[in-house]
Design a protein around this ligand. Structure first.
Ligand code: NAP
Length: 265
């Protein structure tokens, strides 16, 4: 017997669709579990933000996740509610296409020797407080690249390239590519400060190292997939692709670029 876990937001339309989904799953003989461990599939009902919350809350499960879209954009959430019957048949027949997605990892190291780590499906944003610019030394692996001055830095996965990264002028990246995109947020470029003004792309095994240049810049906002934290006494932040990937179910036969066309143009 196939087993699924359902994750949903609490929007009325989602709750209505989730209730209908549960009934259809029961009729099809699919068991609904209370936890995502040891299931064949996770069904996520909501928008892209709901999928991001699911990943953070359940530590980026590697079991396939199928998104039923009740949100606004639905870039991850490919299954329209009216396609649920067709989806259940294909699930029972084992006829689903799985697309692995990279996730990003950030290790924050503090002056006092402490460390904390986060993962993100879309992106990390490293930024200053209020309107103060931050001054950050940026290296790739061991090589120093630039002293960045500006609002901050956004480091996104291919999955996140269509989200905040895109609004900031970053490039759209096909999720089959294994890379990290580093885009500057309002970089200062004048005779006093010289920062790169375009995004740069890092291959899978490289790391971006960010070190605050002064006391004020050692207090930073760390945003990841819509969640945010502020930390003081930061010595360095290392960002790279995680070895772990998540697996999203593709449905409807559309390519990444079909979706870009439908959602953005
Ligand atoms: P949210 O309301 O959950 O998401 C904001 C919008 O971003 C929603 O329309 C959401 O789609 C869409 N979105 C999320 N991931 C996407 C992706 N990979 N590709 C295309 N669109 C995507 O807001 P939140 O909880 O604060 O933050 C979640 C995400 O919002 C962040 O990871 C960040 O990328 C994005 N964000 C964007 C901006 C900006 O563009 N200026 C600013 C802040 C944050 P649904 O409607 O389907 O949920």
């Amino acid at each position: 017997m196939k087993r699924v876990f359902i994750y949903k937001n609490d929007v009325p339309r989602t709750l209505e669709i989730a209730e209908a989904l549960e009934k259809k799953l029961e009729v099809a003989g699919i068991r609904i579990e209370d936890s995502p461990s040891e299931v064949d599939l996770i069904l996520c009902v909501g928008g892209d933000g709901t999928l991001l919350n699911l990943m953070q809350k359940h530590e980026f499960p590697t079991v396939p996740v199928a998104g039923i879209n009740t949100g606004h954009l639905g870039f991850f959430q490919e299954i329209a509610p009216e396609k649920i019957d067709e989806f259940i048949v294909r699930f029972l027949e084992g006829d689903l296409v799985i697309q692995p997605y990279n996730i990003a990892k950030a290790d924050i190291i503090f002056e006092d020797g402490g460390e904390i780590a986060y993962r993100a499906l879309n992106e990390f944003v490293i930024k200053g407080q209020g309107t103060h610019p931050v001054h950050l030394n940026i290296s790739i692996n061991e090589s120093f690249i630039e002293r960045f001055s500006g609002d901050g830095i956004i480091v996104s996965t291919p999955a996140g390239s269509t989200a905040y990264n895109y609004s900031l002028g970053g490039a759209l990246v096909d999720p089959r590519l294994n890379l990290l995109q580093v885009a500057p947020m309002a970089p200062m470029n004048n005779t006093a400060y010289r920062s790169l003004t375009s995004s740069i792309l890092l291959p899978a095994n490289d790391s971006l190292i960010i070190k605050p240049c002064d006391e004020q810049s050692s207090t930073l906002g760390i945003l990841f997939d819509g969640q945010d934290q502020v930390y003081s006494g930061i010595k360095s932040i290392e960002l790279c692709l995680s070895r772990r990937k998540i697996n999203l179910v593709r449905f409807g036969g559309t390519t990444f670029w079909d979706k870009v066309k439908t959602k953005f143009l």
